[in-house]
Design a protein around this ligand. Structure first.
Ligand code: UVW
Length: 303
């Protein structure tokens, strides 16, 4: 609350009708609206006098097919787990944060049920998700070029902008990609945005250790996956088996740090730079949707 000085508010969500999500990840489709039906009628601009001539209301109601990670989102702990030999028996099982399994291997309905609940996005919603956001403006220093940002580079940029983080902070990484999505034509962005703007280098073990040691509770970025989603082939020090997304494994599976993706941070970043600030109050609860592995979110920054 001490970070609120002027009371100005920024919406940190991309509009959900903005094409972009599918260009960046073609498994996720744009939202589809369906009207609710009432006695064979679509409840859209529906004169209630058709139900009873005494009623004067006009009513609309809808269902939405919304991919939970199409646009501005939180990743829950069930989003990425790992094949892991939990008991040293040599058998690798599908486990998630804190060793939870979200489907029962033996169909006894024990850990699977509890696990799906424990690591569901609803658990995150139940904490309220409000705290201090700290913005690092990579775009100001690196522009729209794809740059893999390792710990050294991140710390240099933070030092240049006098940004510090403390335990419990939510780190917000401004890469500029959200603005490229905002600027794109109605037909959707050019596919080249897949390789635009900065990403954190999830293969840098020093960066992963720093995330653990700082005690950050979440990292959100205005790019697709916080880290590079095309690191296959350039990864180092992983051996014959390893995660496609090492920063995801570290944060979601090992240490319990949520990841926010495809946020819209540009207006906030510009305001903070003008006012020589980097901190703000961030309010960003996901949907309290038990069983979901991720959630759309409309984060709000209050400065
Ligand atoms: C990618 O889409 C690569 O990342 P995530 O599944 O975390 O959104």
């Amino acid at each position: 609350m001490q970070e609120v000085i002027t009371g100005d508010i920024f919406c940190l969500s991309l509009p959900l009708d903005r094409p972009g999500g599918q260009v960046l990840n073609d498994h996720r489709c744009a939202p589809v609206f369906k009207p609710v039906m009432r006695s064979g009628n679509q409840v859209f601009n529906f004169p209630m006098e058709q139900v009873d001539p005494r009623f004067s209301d006009v009513s609309s109601d809808e269902a939405v097919l919304l991919y939970s990670q199409y646009s501005t989102q939180w990743d829950g702990f069930a989003h990425k787990g790992s094949m892991f030999d939990v008991d040293g028996s040599g058998v690798r099982r599908r486990v998630h944060y804190n060793g939870w399994e979200i489907v029962d291997a033996n169909s006894r309905g024990t850990q699977g049920e509890l696990g799906a609940r424990a690591v569901s996005i609803a658990s995150m919603a139940e904490t309220g998700v409000q705290g201090r956001g700290v913005l690092v403006d990579l775009h100001h220093h690196l522009g729209n070029e794809r740059t893999q940002v390792d710990l050294n580079m991140l710390l240099r940029i933070m030092e240049a902008d006098r940004v510090t983080v403390s335990e419990g902070d939510i780190l917000c990484i401004h890469s500029g990609l959200g603005q490229l999505i905002m600027n794109s034509p109605a037909t959707g962005p050019d596919p080249s945005i897949r390789l635009a703007c900065a990403v954190l280098d999830g293969t840098d073990s020093a960066l992963l250790n720093w995330i653990t040691e700082t005690g950050l509770v979440a990292i959100a970025a205005d790019n697709l996956a916080v880290e590079s989603s095309s690191t296959l082939g350039v990864r180092k020090n992983i051996g014959p088996h390893g995660p496609v997304l090492p920063l995801h494994e570290h944060c979601l599976f090992k240490i319990g740090v949520h990841l926010g993706e495809l946020w819209y941070l540009t207006e906030l970043a510009q305001w903070l730079r003008t006012h020589e600030r980097s901190r703000f109050l961030l309010t960003a609860p996901p949907l309290r949707l038990p069983g979901a592995v991720g959630s759309p979110v409309t984060p709000v920054a209050t400065v």
